[in-house]
Design a protein around this ligand. Structure first.
Ligand code: ZN
Length: 328
């Protein structure tokens, strides 16, 4: 299936069809339907009765097997999901053993006499060893083998891998298209949810997260030391990832910088009034320093150690920025 806003991009695939690359790299913002697009491409490569525009037919034996998730010439490679308590805090990685399995698959002959496809999602979750092992196959691809790499963060891939792929950018829908889609799922909440997710229409709307986030935003409007420390403890008890907190706070700080310049905020439009008030007399340099600190912490967002301490540290720094402005 291809989401409506990605349909125009299929024309690029269509155009390249006669000189199909042995590796594609489909990249773009999270939450826009890249995996579905990539699966559609895989189905088309395997289809035995392609339709106009190189669309898969949906009826041939190959399309049938594909839709049953049992096509012997298709391999979907995703990270091993960590399990157990606190799994949300652990990085999900594609490891070298998994890529070796891809290597074995690549050297088999096709069951149905056509091509074979391996889809790697998301490609940046390969660790260094795994990426190097994949690079070796990409350098000397076996005949009839097609790789489809999908990436949310193309900048995290090895340049040598990227240069071996035909790169196709998948774009976010425009606001109206995205809003139409989200309205069908969430009704009145649509524009607020869409703003929070940066205009990307596909997301999990977890109520438990929404509550913890709402608590944080309320606190950020009127921070007090003890309440902040309490909050860090509550967040830690729920075993949420540091990355989640960094995302929430980062969006709040970006909105503050916008409000400070009398612009409409981007992520929390329902908090515009509060953001205007708080940011009015804030020191922009202190604000940017805090944003820089969050950026520096981003690589550690999926780490199980010291989440509570990191939260305390960031929230206290936020309090200092805030107090400074209130003492003026
Ligand atoms: Zn077919």
């Amino acid at each position: 299936m291809i989401y409506p806003w990605l349909k125009p991009i299929w024309q690029q695939i269509d155009r390249y069809w006669q000189q199909q690359p042995h590796a594609w790299l489909l990249y773009g913002h999270p939450g826009i339907g890249k995996l579905d697009f990539a699966e559609h491409l895989a189905q088309a490569v395997l289809c035995e009765s392609l339709q106009s525009g190189h669309q898969p037919c949906g009826h041939c034996p190959s399309c049938h097997l594909f839709s049953q998730h049992s096509h012997p010439d298709f391999l979907l490679v995703t990270p091993e999901e960590p399990d157990g308590v606190g799994s949300e805090r652990k990085q999900a990685l594609i490891k070298v053993e998994t890529v070796r399995h891809v290597l074995d698959f690549a050297h088999l002959s096709a069951h149905r006499g056509g091509q074979r496809v391996a889809l790697i999602y998301p490609a940046e979750s390969m660790n260094t060893q795994a990426a190097n092992a994949l690079l070796k196959i990409l350098e000397e691809p076996p005949a009839g083998m097609v790789f489809i790499l999908v990436s949310h963060h193309k900048d995290r891939l090895l340049p040598t891998i990227k240069s071996r792929c035909r790169q196709v950018a998948l774009r976010k829908p425009d606001r109206e298209q995205a809003l139409n889609y989200v309205q069908q799922q969430y009704g009145d909440q649509a524009s607020i949810l869409l703003a929070f997710h940066g205009g990307a229409p596909l997301f999990d709307n977890e109520n438990s997260h929404n509550q913890v986030r709402h608590e944080l935003l309320t606190l950020l409007c009127k921070p007090r030391l003890l309440a902040l420390l309490d909050y860090a403890a509550t967040f830690d008890k729920q075993k949420l990832a540091l990355a989640t907190f960094l995302d929430w706070l980062n969006k709040w700080l970006i909105d503050m910088t916008l409000a400070q310049q009398h612009m409409p905020v981007m992520y929390y439009p329902d908090w515009q009034q509060s953001l205007n008030e708080i940011s009015a007399s804030l020191d922009p340099l202190a604000l940017f320093a805090l944003i820089d600190k969050l950026t520096a912490l981003a690589p550690y967002g999926k780490h199980t150690l010291n989440v509570k301490m990191q939260l305390e540290d960031l929230l206290i720094e936020y309090l200092q920025v805030w107090q400074h402005h209130n003492n003026q």
